[in-house]
Ligand binder design. Structure first.
Ligand SMILES: [Zn+2]
Length: 443
């Protein structure tokens, strides 16, 4: 049925195919890990590329920004297509089949690419604030993004995460063209699919998704830091009706606080997988999370894709991230989650996690809340996924940096409180499973 919505693009003649192939090879090989232009996509040197950009003349600068926004939009359009396919797959497949599907891997791949661009633009905005002579750049950048978002409802959705992260105003519905028109990513996909840039982006996603994990990790009965099964929690091992709520990528002002309030109102405890960079910027919020009895865990320093990183980066993103987060929070870390969940099968990465005395935490419910969508979609998808787990148990993955997540989670929290389900922190669940407790995570 989806084939009907997303017909295979016309193949073009041999010369067209050759051009595409050459362009793809250029993009995939000469630019290394999917860089384009000379802008590195590695976060640790993103500020360097921001400085490059800031040195561009006005005209070039605007072109570059426009290209980046277009790429970001393309990735999200590919993401929205896959999100629709994911929800379609959910209707008639088991959980494992859904997570092993190319569609799910494509979604993770889209996220890595979209976030790299977003991060680079955020970095650019931060850099521009430091350079007085080019101070209009930051404002210019925001205007550019707002103007891009104003093109259509679909473009608006692609810019949503970026505008939110920059604390920038979302163009009013009045200023947005296509007002009152239903959001239609099928049409948007058809509009873009013929362009060379879009084809390259799709090839990138295809290639990247093949590099990602597609096996649901096998289960262990007990847990301890290890590179083997006991060192990785998925939630599929949990006893019946035991759930763990996890929130990644924060803490963030506003959204994390709303989530905290909603948890506290319902006397629920969750685990916050923090980025040390975020925790450093908002130590009082970390304190608030701790004082409310929530669990704090590590989710790296700056959220790079570690399968692409060298040993020094891995050291910083695991060992240093944990050490600094322990100092900020005054808590000993027991759990770690890899950015994008990428690297669970990498011996080097898993060794580093185990060497720091940490258990890795995967998930069995991916809410896919990182992509722009109505919050009701997140609620609906999450509950559908939860119903598909064999024992009505597991680990729920959310991101507390999005407004839509703050909006969707109260309903999911209410669902979790019904029908004898129990919600606990990972530490409580793991300790009790390891101790063979009669009832794990009692109310
Ligand atoms: Zn993350």
């Amino acid at each position: 049925m989806l084939e009907q919505f997303y017909p295979k693009r016309s193949q073009g003649g041999p010369s067209m195919r050759l051009t595409i192939l050459i362009l793809c090879c250029l993009c995939l090989n000469s630019c290394g890990a999917f860089q384009w232009g000379y802008f590195s996509q590695k976060r640790e040197i993103a500020s360097l590329s921001a400085q490059h950009l800031l040195r561009e003349d006005q005209h070039h600068f605007e072109d570059r920004i426009q290209d980046k926004l277009q790429s970001l939009h393309s990735y999200y359009v590919i993401g929205q297509k896959n999100l629709a396919q994911f929800d379609e797959l959910l209707k008639s497949n088991e959980l494992n089949k859904v997570y092993e599907s190319e569609t799910y891997l494509n979604l993770i791949a889209v996220r890595t690419q979209a976030e790299e661009i977003e991060h680079e633009l955020i970095e650019l905005w931060q850099e521009s604030k430091k350079i007085k002579s080019r101070s209009p750049v930051g404002q210019n950048l925001i205007l550019k993004i707002q103007s891009f978002a104003g093109q259509s409802e679909e473009a608006m959705m692609s810019m949503e995460n970026l505008l939110f992260a920059l604390d920038a105003k979302i163009p009013s519905p009045k200023a947005r063209k296509g007002l009152n028109r239903k959001v239609d990513f099928i049409q948007e996909y058809k509009k873009l699919e013929g362009t060379t840039e879009f084809i390259i982006h799709e090839k990138n996603i295809e290639h990247l998704s093949h590099m990602l994990e597609n096996r649901v990790p096998t289960l262990s009965k007990k847990f301890y830091p290890s590179t083997t099964k006991p060192g990785n929690i998925t939630g599929n091992e949990f006893p019946a009706k035991v759930w763990s709520l996890t929130f990644d990528d924060g803490p963030a002002k506003g959204t994390t606080q709303t989530i905290l309030r909603n948890l506290n109102d319902r006397k629920l405890k969750a685990t916050f997988f923090m980025l040390t960079s975020q925790a450093k910027a908002l130590p009082s919020l970390v304190k608030e999370i701790k004082e409310l009895g929530m669990e704090i865990a590590s989710h790296s320093y700056t959220h790079p894709q570690l399968t692409k990183a060298g040993p020094l980066t891995i050291e910083k993103e695991v060992t240093q991230a944990v050490k600094d987060l322990e100092q900020i929070s005054g808590k000993k870390m027991k759990f770690y989650r890899l950015p994008y969940g990428a690297g669970v099968s990498s011996a080097i990465i898993r060794e580093k996690i185990a060497a720091n005395n940490l258990i890795h935490v995967f998930w069995n419910i991916d809410t896919l809340d990182w992509m722009a969508q109505p919050s009701e979609k997140i609620v609906e998808r999450t509950i559908t996924l939860m119903k598909k787990t064999p024992r009505d148990a597991g680990v729920l993955l959310f991101h507390d940096i999005h407004q839509r997540t703050a909006d969707a989670t109260p309903q999911i929290m209410d669902y979790l409180k019904k029908d004898g389900r129990r919600v606990c922190t990972l530490d409580e669940i793991v300790t009790q499973i390891n101790e063979d407790a009669e009832t794990v995570c009692p109310k």
